[in-house]
Ligand binder design. Structure first.
Ligand code: HEM
Length: 212
């Protein structure tokens, strides 16, 4: 796309802000909620952060973040695709393999990520927050589109690496020396039922404590 005017540049910058801000912050919120509910996961991530940070002279570095593989699993393990549906328009007639259904050219298609990520045939006991589902070996066993919080194909999220990196840096900084537990008012988080992006219905409140 050619960009002609100030307005178009401003619009592009605005889309980056909209697409990058709420998605990343909600990802962190959901991850902290699940970790606060699953203290053994939180402790394991902290151990990993401390081990890797010590290796890099106490600094949080790009290479270090890339080595935090358990943290990646936690990040993947979240059950909340912030963009809950992908949207596409068919460019030609397409018969769904194994189904008696033909999608006509120019049809608007909505693909439910929330549905796929919570499908018990793909993820048994889908409501369980389980980072071990996302070890490289377990990931390989599933279809490449069984998990696509950033979408897939030519229109996959353009900020995916940036989004993952900034969320992981945030997690490393926030978890290295602190412990998080759920505030009693936030023990049973509900999802917002009117939000375009997946979001908690209320605030997610956490108690924070320094750890040695
Ligand atoms: C955890 C954070 C994020 C999540 C979960 C997320 C998720 C997504 C999803 C699902 C799509 C649609 C992809 C598709 O239809 O196949 C998308 C598109 C997009 N995202 Fe993200 N995103 C995140 C962070 C970011 C960041 C940090 C930026 C920018 C700095 C960004 C910019 C965009 C843009 C510009 C598009 C439209 C791409 C296009 O249509 O070609 N996103 N994102």
């Amino acid at each position: 796309m050619e960009i002609h005017s100030f307005n178009e540049i401003a619009a592009q910058a605005f889309v980056f802000f909209i697409a990058g801000f709420e998605t990343s912050s909600s990802t962190m919120t959901f991850a902290f909620y699940e970790m606060a509910k699953n203290q053994e996961v939180l402790d394991k991530v902290r151990e990993e952060i401390r081990r890797v940070v010590a290796k890099y002279d106490g600094k949080i570095t790009y290479d270090g973040i890339m080595e935090m593989t358990y943290m990646s699993q936690v990040f993947d393990g979240w059950k909340y695709p912030i963009v809950a549906t992908l949207q596409r328009i068919t460019t030609k007639d397409y018969k769904l393999p194994g189904e008696d259904v033909v999608l006509k050219k120019s049809s608007k298609i909505m693909i439910s990520l929330q549905g796929i990520h919570h499908d018990p045939e793909i993820y048994p006991n889908p409501e369980k927050f389980d980072p071990d589902r996302f070890t490289p070996e377990n990931k390989e066993q599933r279809h490449a589109c069984a998990y696509m919080p950033f979408g897939e194909g030519p229109r996959i999220c353009i900020g995916m690496r940036f989004g993952i990196m900034q969320a992981k840096i945030g997690m490393a900084i926030m978890l290295k020396d602190y412990k998080y537990t759920l505030h009693p008012d936030s023990r049973d988080m509900k999802l917002h039922n009117k939000s375009i992006l997946l979001a908690p219905a209320g605030k997610v409140l956490l108690n924070i404590e320094k750890v040695d």
